[in-house]
Ligand binder design. Structure first.
Ligand SMILES: [Mg+2]
Length: 221
């Protein structure tokens, strides 16, 4: 077997944040993000789900709308503090945040697929071999628009979907098991690896574009 390292097309699981990774506060059938870091609580099974996906060498990319920052009712520092906590607990490779308020068109605010397309372009990710997991219509529309396979975490919010997901699950661990199953069915040469953990961590927000181009993780044959 060749000793050379070749670059395969990478696959990602794009993860919405609130209601997928951490608990969202539900009022009148609608979810709201935590206000402060003390309220940022991971949902059961999230660590196990992320470790499982990393075993199969998926990149884990959080793609989150945080419009309260753009509206001036939340600080980016509070959001960053939550993400500091998040990356201490789970092997996330990159966090994309859209702070846009939603009052003007934005290429990055979900349901637009801009955050996913940017990561895919930076890291040469195969979007058709990638997945998007979310708990709201914006996530599903975004994932579908990017060409990903979508998984809807159904918390029973009082809010209809606008396009259909490929699969429904009740939590991220269930979603992750389904994703691995689908991925294996495609007969790609991806096998479970004992080595886990993430490479470098990159965090961008649409309000503060990256100052450098990250190097995509490479996979050894
Ligand atoms: Mg959500």
């Amino acid at each position: 077997m060749s000793e050379s390292t070749s670059r395969r097309r990478l696959r990602a699981v794009f993860l919405d944040r609130d209601g997928v990774l951490n608990r969202a506060e539900v009022r009148s059938g609608k979810p709201y993000p935590p206000r402060q870091v003390a309220d940022f609580v991971l949902l059961p099974g999230v660590e196990a789900a992320c470790l499982l996906l990393k075993k199969y060498e998926f990149l884990l990319v959080v793609a989150t709308n945080q419009p309260d920052v753009g509206r001036g009712t939340q600080s980016s520092a509070a959001i960053e503090a939550m993400h500091d906590l998040l990356v201490q607990r789970v092997p996330i490779d990159r966090i994309e945040i859209c702070y846009d308020a939603g009052d003007v068109p934005s290429l990055y605010r979900k349901p637009e697929p801009g955050m996913l397309l940017r990561v895919a372009a930076d890291w040469e990710i195969d979007l058709h071999a990638s997945f998007m997991v979310g708990d709201r219509w914006r996530d599903i529309d975004c994932g579908n628009a990017a060409g990903c396979t979508t998984v809807f975490i159904d918390h029973g919010y009082d809010e209809p979907l606008r396009s259909l997901p490929a699969h429904r699950a009740s939590n991220l661990l269930e979603a992750a098991r389904w994703i691995v199953e689908q991925d294996q069915k495609t007969n790609r040469p991806w096998k479970e690896k004992e080595k886990t953990g993430c490479s470098a961590l990159y965090r961008y927000s649409s309000s503060y574009p990256p100052r450098f181009m990250p190097t995509a993780p490479t996979v050894r044959e």
